[in-house]
Design a protein around this ligand. Structure first.
Ligand SMILES: Nc1ncnc2c1ncn2[C@@H]1O[C@H](COP(=O)(O)OP(=O)(O)O)[C@@H](O)[C@H]1O
Ligand SMILES: O=C(O)C1=C[C@@H](OP(=O)(O)O)[C@@H](O)[C@H](O)C1
Ligand SMILES: [Mg+2]
Length: 170
């Protein structure tokens, strides 16, 4: 079984994915890391080639990794399920979990880490909050198609890992 984590930027996909893979003794992949190994930093790619180029290469990388035969935990980027038919591919080839977090929690986390994320790096504090609320509402339509959902509000990283482990249908 492949387990994939989806959700908005800052929802904990990379962090929780790594922890979960260790608990389950599975390989861990992060789609952004795979992308940056193959191409360039996501910040540079957005700057030099634009978002559409990123989404196209991201889609092909996702297809390639989903068709691998081994079991693993994969954390994707916040936008991955929202482009091409990626959410259908994710659900077809893996057990998808949506790490659901509220706008204010995401804002607090992303304000501290916005410089590494090209979609929000240029925004002021006020702009960032408004952007997250609107963007999350649009993207939730895709995230809500996941096979499993974990409400992360007020939960520690360890609690979230435990909850995913309990929900896995092997
Ligand atoms: N449940 C949690 N409680 C507190 N902080 C968290 C939690 N989940 C993630 N974080 C923190 O939020 C930040 C963003 O996490 P990250 O794994 O990079 O998210 P994503 O990959 O979804 O963008 C990190 O600093 C991480 O430590
Ligand atoms: O939400 C998005 O569109 C993006 C999220 C990022 O990943 P994280 O969700 O891990 O921050 C990364 O893929 C890129 O900056 C675009
Ligand atoms: Mg991540």
């Amino acid at each position: 079984m492949k387990i994939t984590l989806i959700g908005y930027m800052g929802s904990g996909k990379t962090t929780i994915g790594k922890m979960l893979s260790k608990k389950l003794d599975l390989d861990f992949y992060d789609l952004d890391v795979l992308f940056e190994k193959k191409y360039d930093s996501i910040l540079n790619i957005f700057k030099k080639k634009g978002e559409l180029f990123f989404r196209n290469r991201e889609h092909y990388l996702l297809k390639k990794i989903l068709k691998q035969k081994n079991k693993y935990v994969l954390s994707v980027g916040g936008g991955t399920p929202c482009f091409y038919n990626n959410i259908y591919l994710l659900n077809k080839y893996s057990n998808t979990f949506y790490l659901k977090a509220n706008g204010y929690t995401l804002f607090k986390r992303l304000f501290l880490e916005k410089n590494t994320r090209p979609l929000i790096s240029h925004l002021s504090k006020n702009e960032l909050f408004i952007f997250i609320i609107k963007h999350l509402s649009k993207r939730s339509n895709f995230y809500d198609k996941s096979l499993g959902k974990i409400n992360t509000y007020g939960k520690s990283k360890n609690d979230i890992v435990q909850e995913i482990m309990k929900s896995i249908k092997w």
